[in-house]
Ligand binder design. Structure first.
Ligand SMILES: *Cc1c(COP(=O)(O)O)cnc(C)c1O
Length: 796
């Protein structure tokens, strides 16, 4: 961008769009109308760098990155785009001139929740960093009509309702009816003169919906291309006229269901035909689009690995291996070995989980029925790999009548990466130990990161202003510059301003909690935040048990000098994940009891605002003093929430898990509250029979807390909702809540003590910020560009 528009010019453009695009006179305009007019004004300014980026990439014959992901947890777009274009101040003034409240306009935008949690948010941060780094890229995903469900609580229990972000015009997208591809399913394969021909039994059309993603300073924008499913034929007029109305609409029904809902991460719920179809729908449309673009610019398919790098975000798009080979063999006439080598030169795979229940497998029966040609190619790949690598049978892609998608992704990838140093080591030692021995150069680490534009500059303007004043604005695109803050870590005036910024954020959040939940929070209490998906391994149970134990301690000695604490929980459970839903119920029950206790309420309160999403994260994280990252060691691949908190000056209480390990190394052990078993120790304890009972018997606090739940103290005297949760904690406890409880409780008391020494706490917070530069997703993307994609940025 050369010339930034003035506030007056912005105002004029907003009024123009209000009238001519939105068709409203200003005296009749609603907040929605204004928000659309503002969005179109900003969109106009993104289109110019977007076109320039697309042209420059084409003209320079640049290599491109294609990021395939079933999830993009984007959140709101408008505020981020304003910041990245450098129009924050001018827009404030323009909206003032129009008499509009900026926050109200921004909050009018629905939060695009096309993802479940960390994996989808990572994809969104990557898209922003790719643009900020001028790396030519496309993100490919699905344009779900309904994103992740909306969460409400009824009598403390989670109730899901559909989310409907597309129930209103979406001003950021451009429909491309000329980029449409047919995606087939089922049918059969015929041999015609030695050539395989797949004749699908049903098909849909994938249509491209493009959203530009603008980078920092507005120089460059890449495309997020989401596929919407449409019927191949509108409906069967003959059948309709013959009176068979339902059958006439079958193609429409298939298409509608394909891009209708995001699967809510059930973990155990595999074997769903629709999910497999969604994965293939995304993958096939993306690969057809990639090959079309490649062939428009080059005529030699052997150049593919030099011009195209494809990243598979988890195994969800792992059918890309066989699909790319199918296109190369069946449609472009390459032989198996050529197609295999080109595919391996192009595809890379990111592993996100070691949890066995989350590793994707499809029954050979289902995959063979839905994708018969791919089943043949998978058999060829498996057989070829057996011959060329000498792999043992227990690492076959096809085993136990299932297609192992992890093995398939690994074998078809040039590079395989884990997402934190610890996770990558565990990937090498556990899930892919055998494949790692056969292919020792394939696995690399790329520790996750988050974009500092959204997660610092936009969501925490108070802190951003302090950083700008102290070290200049360069940190926004080079987060390592935060290290210059070290010089201020002993400067009382700086620390006072840091404290004031945090307190201002806490006051805003406290007002929101009062309005939303009726909770009167003390802004001087520790704001102790655990926000993330509700999952047993993330151990929200450990946190709420600590709350119960603390409550009892306060009760026993209410006149002691307790450090006031507000515990904040946020997060959704997958609808079919019964135990996680029980934990939600328990947190709400405990909160209801504790919050109305007049003896303890000035020391301990619990807030659980429903429907955690990106926008809520943007409000909560800047106001947090304490970040809860307490997963069982060895279970969290990386975490990215942990990084957002660190950059916003919250201190972490955490285990040696995922990227916590690296966060602690960077910020210094003395500025991090470590507790709990290590991954190795956890594995050993888990193998010990009766480990949970032994730990519970040793901890009076824990025993009492469990006893209170069992007596129905938080549930009107009836404990039956919690019987199986209690039973599991006593007798099984695979995530070692009991074994880690005592250390966690004791470490929380160290947090209490540390918080009372305000200057020391503030210094620790300052050092956490100063040393968080490594956790920018810019650093992560540079790592992928260098080690995985072998790609250079493009200069305009
Ligand atoms: C960052 C983020 C996550 C990931 O959080 P973890 O603590 O790493 O699991 C999930 N959901 C939202 C909305 C986020 O912004």
């Amino acid at each position: 961008m050369t010339q930034l528009p003035s506030a007056q010019q912005l105002r004029d453009q907003i009024l123009y769009h209000l009238t001519h695009t939105q068709g409203r006179g200003s005296e009749f305009a609603t907040t929605f109308d204004w928000r659309l007019a503002v969005s179109y004004t900003i969109r106009d300014l993104i289109v110019t760098p977007w076109m320039a980026a697309i042209r420059a990439s084409r003209d320079q014959g640049a290599k491109r990155v294609y990021y395939l992901s079933m999830e993009f947890l984007i959140g709101r777009i408008l505020g981020d785009a304003i910041i990245n274009l450098g129009l924050d101040a001018a827009m404030d003034e323009a909206l003032d001139l129009l008499g509009l409240d900026k926050q109200e306009v921004l909050d009018n935008e629905p939060d695009a929740a096309l993802g479940n949690g960390g994996l989808g948010r990572l994809a969104a941060c990557f898209m922003e960093s790719l643009s900020s780094l001028q790396c030519p890229a496309f993100g490919y995903g699905i344009r779900y009509e309904h994103g992740l469900f909306r969460q409400r609580f009824e009598a403390g229990q989670q109730v899901e309702t559909p989310e409907d972000w597309l129930n209103q015009p979406h001003p950021w997208e451009f429909v491309r009816i000329d980029y449409s591809y047919t995606v087939g399913f089922k049918g059969h394969v015929e041999d015609r003169d030695g050539r395989a021909v797949w004749l699908p039994g049903e098909s849909v059309v994938a249509r491209a919906y493009d959203t530009p993603v603008v980078g920092w300073e507005g120089h460059w924008a890449n495309t997020l291309r989401l596929w919407g499913a449409h019927p191949t034929t509108l409906f069967d007029l003959h059948r309709f006229n013959a009176g068979d109305h339902a059958a006439a609409s079958e193609p429409e029904a298939l298409a509608r269901t394909l891009s209708r809902v995001l699967y809510p991460d059930d973990g155990t719920e595999s074997g769903k035909e629709l999910r497999l179809k969604q994965e293939y729908f995304l993958t096939s449309a993306a690969l057809q689009d990639i090959l079309r673009r490649f062939l428009a610019e080059h005529d030699d398919l052997s150049l593919l690995p030099q011009k195209v790098a494809i990243q598979l975000n988890d195994t969800h798009p792992a059918i890309a291996g066989p699909e790319l080979m199918r296109l190369l063999m069946d449609e472009h006439g390459l032989d198996f070995a050529e197609a295999r080598d080109l595919a391996r030169g192009t595809l890379n795979y990111t592993n996100h989980t070691l949890l066995p229940e989350a590793l994707e497998r499809w029954s050979t029966w289902l995959l063979g029925r839905v994708l018969p040609r791919h089943m043949q190619i998978i058999q060829m790949i498996d057989e070829d790999h057996r011959k060329t690598s000498g792999r043992p049978d227990h690492v076959a892609i096809l085993r136990h009548d299932e297609v192992q998608m992890g093995e398939l992704a690994f074998i078809m990838a040039g590079k395989v990466n884990g997402v934190s140093a610890l996770h990558t080591d565990l990937v090498k030692e556990t899930v892919f130990a055998d494949l790692h021995r056969l292919h020792p150069d394939r696995i690399v680490n790329q520790t996750n990161g988050v974009t500092p534009r959204r997660w610092l500059r936009m969501s925490n303007p108070a802190l951003a202003r302090l950083l700008d004043d102290s070290i200049g604005t360069g940190w926004t695109k080079d987060l390592a510059q935060l290290s210059r803050l070290e010089a201020h870590a002993d400067d009382a005036a700086f620390l006072d301003r840091l404290r004031a910024a945090k307190r201002a954020n806490k006051v805003v959040l406290a007002n929101g909690l009062l309005a939303g939940l009726g909770i009167k929070a003390d802004p001087d209490a520790i704001f102790d935040v655990q926000v993330k998906r509700i999952h047993e391994y993330k151990r929200q149970l450990l946190n709420i048990l600590e709350a119960i134990a603390l409550w009892q301690r306060i009760h026993d000695d209410p006149n002691a000098d307790w450090t006031p604490r507000l515990k904040i929980f946020g997060g959704k459970a997958a609808p079919g994940y019964w135990l996680a839903k029980t934990v939600i119920h328990l947190i709400n029950d405990v909160a209801a009891t504790i919050n109305k206790d007049p003896v303890t309420s000035k020391f301990l309160q619990i807030a659980y605002p429903p429907n955690y999403n990106v926008s809520m994260a943007e409000d909560l994280i800047p106001a947090a003093d304490l970040s809860e990252q307490i997963s069982t060691a060895g279970k969290e691949a990386s975490g990215t929430g942990n990084m957002k908190f660190t950059m916003n000056g919250a201190l972490t209480i955490g285990t040696l898990d995922g990227a916590n390990v690296e966060i602690r190394e960077h910020v210094g052990a003395e500025n991090f509250f470590l507790f709990g078993l290590t991954a190795d120790e956890a594995a050993r304890v888990r193998a010990r029979p009766g480990h949970a009972r032994a730990a519970i018997e040793k901890s009076e606090d824990l025993r009492a807390a469990l006893q209170m739940i069992a007596e129905g103290k938080f549930s009107g005297g009836r404990a039956d909702p919690y019987f199986s949760l209690l039973d599991r904690t006593w007798h099984d406890d695979p995530f070692l809540v009991a074994s880690d409880f005592e250390d966690y409780f004791a470490t929380q008391r160290k947090v209490d003590a540390a918080y009372r020494d305000a200057p020391h706490w503030d210094r620790m917070a300052a050092l956490n910020i100063a040393r968080s530069g490594f956790f920018s997703s810019d650093r992560t993307i540079r790592g992928y560009m260098q080690d995985v994609w072998h790609i250079e940025p493009v200069t305009l």
